[in-house]
Design a protein around this ligand. Sequence first.
Ligand SMILES: [Zn+2]
Length: 263
Amino acid sequence: MKLSRQEKITYLQPSRTGQGLVAGFTTRNGGVSRAPYNSLNLGFNTADQQVHVDGNRSTFCRAFALPQNQLLTVRQVHGDDLLLIDEPNADLSHFLKVEADGVVTNQPGIMLGILVADCFPVLFWDADKRVIAAVHVGWRGAAAGILKKTVTAMTRHFGCAAGNIQAAVGPGIGAHRFEVDRPVRDAFRQGSGFWREISSEVSLGHWQVDLGLSCRLQLEGAGLDPGRIEAASECTCCHQELFFSHRRDQGVTGRQLGFVLLK
Ligand SMILES: [Zn+2]
């Protein structure tokens, strides 16, 4: 992925998006929020001033020539529910109140957005079937297998073939900064997040966990071609100049956006 710029918005752009698709992961730069939300905080679920977040969302939409009511973000709750949209919606702002952690659609003109600060935003697209998805993957979502669930929704509900789906895993927290304890281990053991492959015990009852690797393994396990999976290499926690990080900033920080749109 490379850093690209669209007007005031700097973002990581997957290399194989091609024509007919807009996709990427915003950095924290180019907005109006003040510290510690400086500056492109796009999340309403922070203590930042709403007028600043509104302004930042306007800046984002203007850069991509998108009507602001066609930016769809949901109320992310670290669950594994997906919102499927298969008909046009004149105004998407009411979805702000809908609890979900992933959105799938075949509708052009809707910008799907996932807000994160250390969790992994994962984008999907099938250029043949013209279907896209955006998913929020924290440890709970990873343990619950939300990415596999997304691929299943794309294949069963929208007729995609898993082998044709492209995926981009955005920047999230690296394993070297993501240490967890027993409740997280237990959730993974009961779920399907590849615990053995992604964890290493650093002291009794404490593990470092590679959520990015969990994402990749889940995508491959769901039938995606490894050559069609791209992942950002930047760790949000280590790149203060580029990204908000919940862990680094002890919970008081902004949110960056993973976004995908069918033209
Ligand atoms: Zn790091």
